[in-house]
Unconditional design. Sequence first.
Length: 383
Amino acid sequence: MTDRLRGNAAIVGVAEAGVGHVGGGVQPLDLMAEATRGALDDAGLRLSDVDALFTASSYYPMGALNVAEYLGIRPAYTDGTNVGGSSFIAHLGHAMAAVEAGRCEVALICYGSTQRSDGGLVTIAEPSPYERDFRPRLPLSAYALAAARHMHEYGTTREQLAGVAVAAREWARLNPAAYARDPLTVADVLESRMISSPLTLLDCCLVTDGAAAVVVTRADRAADSPKPGVFVLGAGEAHWHRTISQMPDLTVTAAADSGARAFAMAGLGPSDMDLLMLYDAFTVNTVLFLEDLGFCAKGEGGPFVESGAIRPGGTLPVNTNGGGLSYGHPGMYGMFLIVEAVRQLRGEAGARQVPGPQTALVHGNGGVLSHQATAVLGTAATL
């Protein structure tokens, strides 16, 4: 039986703003407003059309109130769910349900950060009292534990992890908006400064400023938009732990559940996906999510990357904008996964365009591999 939510909502506008380094004096709300204006222009809509707001922030504990006040809107429906970088993929599913329930007509999902201009990381991650004495460098040390365990259990190599960063950089070199576009080799990644063994500096995402916004509306309104609608075919969420010491298995994430739920709603599977946007805060993320989402068997993520499958010209395009490793990473990256997937499905990606994609999977990660959110997107041909 077809899920009643499948394809009921469409993404009709996307935009980003300030990805990179905007400098002092610019606030996260400034960037969010700029991205919002761009996404509404892209959708052919006005700010007065927005009646629902979905947002999360590392800067503002009551982010939805701050954003609505700054934009001058009075939304009838508000969702400030904050589960880290996966929040916005989760919001996409929540907006889908709100549209179906008649709670809203035009939903705005937005995020912004000036963490590079502010001199470093802005985090909402409180250290666990049971982990504090070990003085972890969070979140990096948590991901390093997962990488070390995967290497131990499955023979994954440092070279294979480095291959994730190299693939991302090759895509970024095709994207004039990417922050890091210099050539990158496996040797460069291995020889960069060790941050938390086994992960070096170039195994880690960028620290940038940036904002992005997405406009979602009813599927039947998409035909009135100036650009082709991209339809939400499926969405799923899952979380199994908060702190890394409580993760049931360091080599298996809750993406195994969130992905299965999204695929079930969409009535599709991994073999039906034309491209993937995976939250690559660290190189190990891509390996784990390729496995847990069903694109290769557990333990085979490293060899899959090493085969060249995820690089330009490979069999499975992954993170075609350059990802968090090379495009940009303003603290909570999930919004940018959606933006790139929409552009690919519209055929707007320029030199990095994948030929004729009809489907895309976007997958967000929050906390320390804690919360996972997956969405399956498709063109009108998939309805």
